[in-house]
Design a protein around this ligand. Structure first.
Ligand SMILES: CC(C)(COP(=O)(O)OP(=O)(O)OC[C@H]1O[C@@H](n2cnc3c(N)ncnc32)[C@H](O)[C@@H]1OP(=O)(O)O)[C@@H](O)C(=O)NCCC(=O)NCCS
Ligand SMILES: CC(=O)OP(=O)(O)O
Length: 331
């Protein structure tokens, strides 16, 4: 089968399998998480580290024999004191005076902080959480400890949206509540890079309720300004805005509303102007449109940390973990 015709996840699995990536799952008390982790280990795709107690994990996963050999269970409650204190010291050093050792010990009782520190210390290559915890609680440890890559000031959350052979990227659907023009530009540039993970040749539309000045409002000016900043930051990328969704997506509408745009009518990466529209937009495409929505994939962090929707099913956990491992390969 040619790679571009391969089912998306077959090709992603082929890139990840054999790399031995260790992904930590802090929510070992959730059935969807443990079942996905067992499948990922059994299929030889990643080496999961599940936080919790072996007996409870086996029961939730419905495993009566041994867990797969490549699945490691780690119980924070019985983590050796010396190792825990090393973690505390590393945390305090990373927080540069923002947290004391006493605060660190308390924060590290939280499985998301504990799991994120495993990634920071290199014990795990990435983390998947958020099936139980809301996004803020899942990503805050990563924002504080893992932090953004040089040149990126804000992380953002993208979804890969698939239906049949259709494949699009939506962002930011998860993190930045009211991004300014600079932040929106960064989200657009990061999204182009994320799209390439999925073999999408990115054509990025910055969405609005206006197309090329058809309406006047501060919120529209912000999107037009973000487009200019994104062009200056990444002149080789195909990025355009401000565009309404129909102008971005439908060729006949694009010919009328934005005839000179190389993106309009052909966009495959959709950047929303703020979080309300982004989060609502992806859920409408998912629930009305029948698209599978995988993510949010956090963009621009130093190491891969992935959130899940609390509405996620086992299959979503499985797929998000594969994407997280793919990010960990440096692809
Ligand atoms: C992501 C979110 C939790 C961060 O909020 P917060 O914890 O109040 O953030 P704070 O402003 O206190 O910042 C905490 C740290 O994270 C950093 N940070 C905050 N947002 C960031 C971002 N988008 N990218 C990178 N770092 C960020 C801050 O710089 C700060 O770092 P510091 O402690 O080293 O100084 C918040 O923006 C949020 O709730 N977003 C919406 C999440 C959501 O509900 N989405 C819908 C469902 S997916
Ligand atoms: C991404 C998202 O919307 O997460 P949740 O459904 O958990 O709020």
């Amino acid at each position: 089968m040619e790679v571009d015709k391969m089912e998306l996840f077959e090709s992603l699995i082929a890139k990840v399998k054999g790399t031995g990536k260790k992904i930590v799952f802090p929510e070992g008390n959730d059935e969807r998480i443990v079942k996905a982790a067992v499948r990922l280990a059994t299929d030889g795709i990643i080496e999961p580290i599940v936080l919790g107690k072996t007996a409870a994990i086996k029961q939730l996963a419905g495993v009566t024999q041994e867990l797969p050999a490549t699945l490691k269970v780690l119980d924070p409650a019985t983590y050796p004191t010396a190792k825990f204190e090393e973690m505390v010291s590393a945390f305090v050093e990373r927080r540069k005076g923002k947290n004391t050792a006493e605060q660190a010990r308390k924060l590290l009782q939280d499985v998301n902080y504990f799991g994120t520190m495993l990634v920071y210390l290199g014990i795990a290559d990435g983390l998947v959480s958020g099936a139980v915890h809301p996004t803020g609680d899942t990503v805050r440890p990563a924002l504080q400890i893992i932090k953004t890559r040089p040149g990126v000031s804000r992380t953002s959350g993208a979804f890969i949206m698939t239906k049949g052979t259709e494949r699009y990227l939506f962002a930011d659907c998860a993190i930045n509540i009211e991004p300014n023009a600079q932040e929106l530009a960064e989200i657009a540039v990061s999204s182009a890079a994320t799209a390439r993970l999925f073999d999408i040749d990115p054509r990025v539309a910055l969405l609005s309720f206006s197309t090329k000045g058809s309406a006047k409002a501060e919120t529209v000016t912000k999107v037009a300004e973000a487009t200019k900043i994104a062009h200056a930051a990444a002149p080789m990328e195909k990025i355009d805005g401000e565009l309404q969704f129909d102008a971005a997506f439908v060729e006949t509408v694009a010919r009328k509303k934005a005839p000179d745009s190389e993106v309009a009518g052909h966009a495959n990466v959709f950047v929303f102007p703020e979080l309300q529209s982004g989060n609502i937009g992806y859920k409408i495409a998912q629930r009305f449109g029948g698209f599978e929505a995988i993510g949010p994939i956090l963009q621009g962090l130093n190491k891969p940390i992935s959130d899940l929707s609390r509405g996620a099913v086992e299959e979503d956990v499985y797929k998000v973990a594969i994407i997280t491992a793919l990010q960990a390969t440096g692809a």
